[in-house]
Design a protein around this ligand. Structure first.
Ligand code: HEC
Ligand code: HEC
Length: 293
């Protein structure tokens, strides 16, 4: 099908010599602009491969002379962002807690920063919406029922030092006795006082036992939970009358609590290296969730 072309006239474009059914393949030179751009891209790629990470090797790409990496760029960007926020952080630490509310810009900054701190450090125990973990001993931080107190100062103290942890000597501390396990009360007495505790929140109870339980409560529990069962924040002893339960208010759970006691632990965030501005920010965030006093 192809034949050598020989009878080319002057001025005519050279052909490659290929002809199919009378259609010739012309041998036009590449346009100069195209060719130069092509050479430039080759030079560019060589320079690029020398300066930047380029060739994939076994564990990572060749690093390039400039030492650039996307990871490094991200770190630098984050540093820049941090530096930008530093003045606000300093201001948050310098401002008395009860005056942050008067500075809308600072309060907004604190609550945004606090929400981020909460998602990273607190949500695994207190729940992403801060509603606590039902019956897990992790308190709901949205309500106005506080174990240790709901003012900004109280919350900052709780977050700074934690509760019943072993690494912070200033941690909030108290310990309920294990009345059943340690033989302070007989199982019958535990049963009776549980009936009395249930009567606070109007749960169905055995009236005969409630009276007996009332006396046991006065003798054994009132010192911490109060004569009226409304709790004592100085000792982190929960209010037993509000039907808000840390561990649970059904008979089986209450029996377990009074028999074996509970020992809820929260880490000390100052010991874990949380900055003062982050602690204040997250306290302002928690305080702003609705239950703050
Ligand atoms: C490892 C689980 C855990 C983590 C993480 C945790 N907490 Fe707690 N937190 C607890 C427990 C348990 C209690 C209840 C302690 C008790 O029984 O008195 C508590 C109690 C509190 C209280 C006191 C509530 C009250 O009613 O007085 C506040 C405030 C609080 N946490 C805030 C935070 C903040 C803010 C963070 C994140 C910086 C955080 N917690 C992280 C477990 C945790
Ligand atoms: C030394 C103080 C102390 C005494 C005495 C004490 N408690 Fe407590 N009680 C606490 C503390 C502190 C907690 C919270 C434990 C925790 O958060 O892990 C608690 C928790 C509870 C709870 C769990 C409440 C919930 O929300 O789940 C119940 C129920 C309870 N106590 C009942 C009693 C009864 C009944 C007695 C008496 C037989 C008693 N307590 C005596 C300090 C005390």
């Amino acid at each position: 099908m192809s034949a050598k072309q020989t009878n080319r006239k002057p001025g005519e474009v050279e052909t490659t010599g290929h002809v199919w059914d009378g259609i010739e393949e012309l041998n036009n030179p590449l346009p100069k602009w195209w060719l130069y751009i092509f050479y430039i891209t080759i030079v560019f790629s060589i320079v690029y491969a020398i300066l930047y990470p380029a060739w994939p090797m076994l564990t990572r790409a060749t690093p390039g002379l400039l030492g650039y990496s996307t990871r490094g760029a991200l770190a630098a960007e984050m540093e820049r962002f941090d530096a930008q926020q530093q003045p606000m952080r300093d201001k948050l630490v310098a401002t008395p807690l009860d005056q942050v509310q008067n500075d809308p810009e600072l309060l907004q900054f604190a609550q945004d920063a606090g929400a981020a701190v909460f998602r990273t450090n607190c949500a695994q125990c207190h729940g992403s919406g801060a509603a606590g973990v039902q019956a897990g001993g992790f308190p709901n931080l949205l309500d106005d029922d506080w174990l240790w107190g709901g003012t900004l100062d109280d919350i900052v103290t709780t977050v700074t030092h934690g509760v019943r942890n072993t690494d912070d000597p200033d941690a909030r501390y108290s310990q309920m006795p294990a009345f059943g396990k340690d033989g302070l009360l007989t199982p019958e007495q535990v049963g009776a006082v549980v009936q009395y505790v249930m009567s606070f929140s109007n749960a169905a109870t055995d009236p005969g036992l409630v009276d007996e339980g009332k006396q046991i409560f006065a003798d054994n529990c009132a010192a911490c939970h109060g004569e009226d069962g409304k709790g004592d924040r100085a000792q982190g002893a929960p209010n037993l009358t509000d039907a808000i339960w840390l561990y649970g208010g059904d008979q089986a759970t209450l029996t377990n609590t009074v028999t074996n006691a509970r020992f809820g632990v929260m880490p000390s965030w100052s010991m874990r290296g949380m900055s003062e501005s982050d602690i204040r920010a997250v306290a302002l965030y928690v305080h702003g969730l609705g239950g703050g006093e």
